[in-house]
Write a protein that binds this ligand. Structure first.
Ligand code: SAM
Length: 242
């Protein structure tokens, strides 16, 4: 279970919200049963349950787990908004692989058009719940944030401001790979930008080159948009040893 640091006082942990139902009705836990709790800062504890009430569950920390599961590479995945349930899968798997942030982006060839703020907010809420569930199942020490949807222009502006190393996998690039650039990474903050089903326009690639992004190949075969992100994340993690 994830709690915030404010929910841990001395060695007493308070769990609120939907997790109460999960503890009571799904897992059917009882007082004195043990659970694993994470403070979203990569600290994990074994907690013995003391009181299981309708409004809150409290327990006592009996052990601090001595494992750090978070990667020390901070990957932000800018993902071209994919259709149907693909985004759900992309968020779930990118979370398992250890990314720190996911930003859905709308590019020129996006099939999905988002023009209703309420619908967008609902989608982002759902994506954040998927990231939370995936973090729990992979026993991550933090939950990645799924940010609001950005246009490619706004994403580029954000990247220029944060100045992080940026990789753009592009199927028409067939010379250079991630490996050729990875030695240039100064700190461990890396952006990966993936196009949607229709890929990037050439003008978008020129725009991305102009902010000094590294345009890379992920191999000779064309990968689905949902496969490309996972592949790039895995290569970066492998190359940087995490
Ligand atoms: N039509 C397929 C689909 O429906 O998913 C393929 C989409 S591919 C054009 C989507 C994105 O994946 C591209 O914009 C690019 O970022 C990345 N990509 C796919 N294959 C790649 C490759 N071999 N090298 C580099 N990037 C690739």
């Amino acid at each position: 279970f994830f709690v915030s640091q404010e929910d841990i006082n001395d060695s007493i942990v308070t769990i609120k919200g939907d997790d109460i139902k999960h503890i009571k009705n799904v897992l059917r836990l009882k007082e004195n049963d043990k659970i694993s709790v994470c403070d979203n800062q990569d600290n994990e504890y074994i907690v013995k349950l003391d009181n299981i009430l309708n409004e809150e569950v409290t327990g006592t920390i009996i052990e601090e787990v001595d494992i750090r599961r978070e990667s020390n590479i901070n990957i932000t995945l800018y993902q071209g908004f994919a259709k149907g349930s693909k985004m759900d899968m992309i968020i779930q798997k990118a979370t398992e692989l250890g990314v720190k942030r996911i930003v859905p982006i709308i590019t020129d060839r996006a099939i999905v058009k988002i023009n209703d703020k309420k619908k967008e907010d609902k989608k982002i809420d759902r994506f954040n719940k998927i990231a939370m569930e995936a973090s729990k199942q992979s026993k991550r020490g933090t939950v990645p944030e799924v940010s609001n949807i950005l246009s490619l222009d706004k994403a580029i502006k954000e990247i220029q401001e944060n100045g992080s190393f940026t990789i753009v996998p592009y199927e028409d690039e067939n010379q250079v790979g991630v490996k050729d650039f990875i030695k240039d990474v100064k700190n461990r903050d890396i952006n990966i930008i993936i196009g949607p089903e229709g890929g990037f326009e050439e003008t978008e690639i020129s725009q991305l080159k102009s902010i000094n992004s590294k345009i890379v190949s992920l191999g000779p075969r064309i990968l689905r948009t949902e496969t490309a992100g996972f592949t790039a994340i895995a290569i970066v993690m492998y190359e940087l040893g995490d």
